[in-house]
Write a protein that binds this ligand. Structure first.
Ligand code: COA
Length: 260
């Protein structure tokens, strides 16, 4: 896969997408959002790929936000369309992917950058990372899901504070708030992601995709998460993975999931 703004690598069951605009601190312009959509779609449809890692190029930034130079002159309608298109192509798309996506927050994750990290299924960070939603300092609000996902992850009061102050928090504070799951040095970030991925790939990809759906449905308006869980739990009983997983347990051996 060749793109202009992102790099995509595959190593066995693991794919890594690196947003590659380091001179612009990996800011998300329209072209990058479209390429990310394409790459995530292809990788999600590739049966061999069981975990996707997402990170930023260079040592300074994961993503420093949406590309401000592209929307500074937008009208009300264009602003609305920008948010809707971005959510559809990237942020909601990643959140609802059936393949697990881990964000490796390797530096600044601001505005759309933090929103992208929050759309991933979970996040790990390097100790130099700085996170925040500075949009109100630009006279706008987060438009790629930040007003929704930040309160889900860290609670309403803290989210209100971060958005109103347009402040940045460091990696340790993000860890305390539950915004990221682990903090390590920059050198340790990829090895940690690979270690976590190696645990995930041992499990049923079919079950994992159903768990993602049930968890996400608990946060959606008009959808009952418990009902989704019951439905997906039942669906698991019809899968080859369930037969293999339970048979392997009873036979006291490791499961070798067909991922069907
Ligand atoms: N959109 C467009 N360009 C961006 C950008 C963004 N969100 N964030 C950084 N850049 C560009 C800068 O304009 C600069 O480009 P230039 O060299 O052509 O002038 C380059 O990336 C490097 O950024 P710079 O500001 O010089 O780095 P810094 O180390 O001084 O500051 C930040 C780093 C992250 C604090 C600062 O870049 C920043 O505040 N960025 C915007 C963050 C933001 O508000 N994001 C939310 C957008 S909705």
């Amino acid at each position: 896969m060749t793109f202009e703004n992102i790099l995509v690598e595959q190593d066995d069951n693991l794919a890594t997408i690196t947003i590659n605009r380091p001179k612009k601190l990996n800011a998300l312009n329209k072209a990058t959002i479209e390429e990310l959509h394409e790459a995530f779609k292809i990788l999600n449809d590739t049966i061999d790929i069981k975990v996707i890692l997402l990170t930023g190029s260079g040592e300074k930034a994961f993503v420093a936000g949406a590309d401000i130079s592209e929307f500074a002159h937008f009208s009300t309608e264009e602003g609305g369309r920008l948010a809707a298109k971005g959510q559809e192509l990237l942020f909601d798309f990643v959140e609802n992917l059936s393949t697990p996506v881990i964000a490796l927050v390797n530096g600044f994750a601001l505005g759309g950058g933090l929103e992208l990290a929050m759309a991933c299924h979970f996040r790990i960070a390097s100790d130099n990372a700085k996170m925040g939603l500075p949009e109100t300092s630009l006279g706008v609000i987060p438009g790629y899901g930040g007003t929704q996902r930040l309160p889900q992850l860290i609670g309403k009061g803290k989210a209100m504070e971060l958005i109103m102050t347009a402040g940045m928090i460091n990696a340790e504070d993000a860890l305390k708030l539950g915004l990221v799951n682990y903090v390590v040095t920059q050198d340790e970030l990829l090895p940690l992601a690979e270690k976590l991925a190696s645990k995930i790939v041992k499990n049923s990809t079919v079950a994992i995709s159903k768990a993602i759906r049930a968890i996400n449905n608990g946060f959606k308006d008009g959808v009952n998460g418990y009902s989704s869980e019951i439905e997906e739990f039942g669906n698991c009983f019809g899968t080859e993975d369930f037969k293999e997983g339970t048979t392997a347990f009873l036979e006291k051996r490791k499961a070798n999931f067909p991922n069907k």
